[in-house]
Design a protein around this ligand. Structure first.
Ligand code: AGP
Length: 610
């Protein structure tokens, strides 16, 4: 998943573009590049590695007079990370440059035809095929050449095109991969998402699939892939630009962990009436008959969002008494899933751009299921392909490892379960009122937890050289174990495996020895004794246990000396509290190991390709 930015206006393009790229770097960062148009000549600077490498090039030999250009940060799909594979890519003569996010599925066939026609390629990328394809159709009209080229392309793309013969315009289009247009005064912008241009404008147009624009200094013309004009209404982005900055924390991830109390308030905000015991999800988009017709619910998502759905399974089955299945979106989409008009599919996604989750939604809808999206990114692709929505209101999540979006997903699912359970007559008003009250207490419980991170940091110091970890949980906290293990894996690169604690005796216990630390979520109420037995089995085999336990639980210290205490709360809310020490533990482990917490190797913030 890559970051694209384009600028045409009256400021130095390389400064606007470079600054925008630094705000998009979380989207992909194995190489980056900028191309600007300077007095009829395109000047290109690109390099592999972090953006700071590019700054060197920009500072040493790059004109600053140009006021038109495009830029790109890359997460490699076709062609290994390298300077020659970095975008933007040009045509044979360097007359035009293309920055692209997505995958051209038929690029080999197109490339063979272009090579046969005499085109000479310099990279291994599918993107360069686009540049030569536009070149082959260019006869003076850039917009027409781009439209013709895209008509031959199969796959996903968000592109920005710069041509030396057109100092008055940039052309952009999107299909599947996200792209927005920022509207300024005497200047206009193209970007993969709003964080890249928020400091310049809040007036933004979200392009939909098959839409594009010709952007000039004095205005923007919107059109579809057939070249037909479009009327597009700008929206005002209400994000505070500072919200997308680090706010004094050493990493976005740590900042976002500390934002979680406020995030819960934002997720709940305006959606509950404790007095009446009511929940208001105004964009739910499901009628009473839809809700009563629902005979089963299927959660589809990827990664952390999938683990959030696994917690949702417990929440909804307990409060709505409807069977819930959780399916990895990448599996669901190819399974010929058994869903129909009596199935509610719930798609969970922070970015709303995850290709597998989008594909799963389309598969579900093609089979007649109603689809509900639980999403963070407003106006993202997913929000436009579902029947109903529950926004999680976590704000921009920049750290690649998801934290605040995860607990916002959990909180949103508690609200959803309360609403559905009430509508289906399963829940009494008194239970809804009590749970609303408990939810509203969570932010200060989290603040208490975050106020004293030292015990967690000390444990990270003790275990930072571990090579493997086992995470154990039961019931509603089995998904917590899976999410905690993922956090550790993706930012500290330590192998961590999550198991339902009851599974230990069916094999994994063979792994236990003094070199395999075991992280256990021991906050459960109804299966606590069983969990303690599992931990004693670990202890008996020289295993070292770290337990996340309620502060009221003195007994756990007979099982292990390594206890991370969390405030007590109702069992259905423990996944929201118990994951926070796991987030911090993973953060400190990665930081102590000197790793790049916010941009872990090989990862991207949103995987918009298969
Ligand atoms: C989470 O820490 C990971 N970065 C990743 O698993 C992520 O949750 C997954 O790619 C799904 O992303 P989405 O929520 O934007 O769909």
């Amino acid at each position: 998943m890559c970051g694209i930015i384009g600028y045409i206006g009256d400021k130095p393009a390389n400064e606007v573009i470079f600054d925008g790229l630094t705000r998009l770097e979380y989207r992909g960062y194995d190489s980056a590049g900028i191309a600007v148009l300077e007095e009829g000549r395109i000047i290109l600077a690109k390099d592999m590695g972090k953006l700071r490498n590019l700054r060197e090039i920009l500072v040493t030999n790059f004109p600053s007079r140009s006021s038109q250009g495009i830029g790109h940060t890359r997460w490699a799909t076709h062609g290994r990370p390298s300077s020659f594979n970095a975008h933007p890519h040009g045509d044979c003569r360097g007359d035009l440059m293309v920055a692209h996010n997505g995958i051209i599925e038929n690029y080999m066939k197109l490339k063979q035809a272009l090579v046969a026609a005499g085109h000479r390629f310099q990279s291994e990328t599918d993107t360069e095929v686009l540049a030569h394809l536009i070149e082959s159709h260019y006869h003076g009209d850039l917009e027409a050449a781009v439209l013709k080229a895209l008509s031959e392309v199969e796959g996903a793309f968000a592109i920005a095109v710069l041509h030396r013969a057109h100092p008055d315009q940039l052309v952009c289009f999107r299909k599947e991969s996200p792209l927005i247009v920022g509207l300024g005064t005497g200047e206009n912008f193209i970007a993969s998402d709003v964080t890249a241009i928020l400091q310049h404008t809040r007036q933004v147009v979200y392009l939909e699939n098959g839409e594009g624009a010709v952007i000039r200094r004095d205005g923007v013309r919107f059109l579809d892939l057939r070249g037909q004009p479009l009327e597009k209404k700008p929206v005002v982005v209400d994000w505070n630009p500072v919200a997308a900055e680090k706010g004094g924390f050493s990493h976005f991830m740590l900042k976002e962990i500390h934002e979680q109390p406020q995030v819960i308030r934002n997720t709940i905000g305006g959606r509950t009436s404790e007095e009446e015991g009511k929940i208001y999800l105004t964009e739910l988009g499901l009628s009473g008959p839809d809700i009563f017709r629902t005979q089963r619910i299927v959660m589809v998502a990827c990664g952390t969002a999938y683990y959030a759905g696994c917690v949702g399974k417990y929440l909804i089955e307990q409060m709505v008494r409807v069977p819930v299945e959780c399916d990895l979106a990448s599996e669901f989409r190819y399974r010929q899933p058994l869903v129909d008009q009596n199935t509610l599919v719930v798609a969970i996604s922070q970015s709303g751009e995850t290709a597998d989750t989008l594909a799963a939604v389309r598969e579900a809808r093609s089979r007649g299921a109603k689809v509900l999206g639980i999403v963070n990114a407003k106006e993202s692709s997913l929000t436009r392909e579902v029947d109903g929505l529950v926004y999680i209101h976590a704000g921009p999540e920049i750290g690649v490892a998801s934290t605040k979006a995860y607990i916002a997903m959990l909180t949103a699912q508690v609200l959803l379960a309360l609403l559905l359970g009430k509508i289906r007559g399963v829940l009494h008003t008194s239970f809804v009122q009590e749970t609303i009250r408990d939810l509203k207490v969570l932010p200060q419980l989290i603040e208490r937890l975050l106020a004293n991170p030292e015990p967690i940091r000390a444990l990270a110091e003790k275990f930072k050289d571990a090579h493997n970890f086992l995470y154990l949980g039961r019931g509603i906290n089995f998904p917590t174990a899976m999410e905690g293990a993922l956090k550790l894996k993706e930012i500290s690169y330590i192998h961590a495996e999550a198991y339902a604690a009851g599974e230990m005796k069916h094999g994994p216990i063979a792994l236990i020895d003094k070199d395999l630390p075991v992280m256990a979520i021991a906050t459960n109420h109804d299966v606590y004794d069983k969990l303690v037995s599992n931990l004693k089995e670990v202890q008996a085999r020289s295993g070292t246990v770290i337990a996340i336990a309620s502060e009221k639980n003195a007994e756990i210290r007979q099982v292990t000396e390594h206890v991370i205490e969390i405030p007590d709360c109702p069992e259905i809310l423990t996944p929201i509290l118990s994951v926070i020490p796991l987030q911090l533990f993973a953060y400190y482990m990665a930081d102590l190991r000197g790793l790049d917490v916010d941009q872990p190797r090989n990862l991207a913030k949103s995987v918009t390709v298969e």
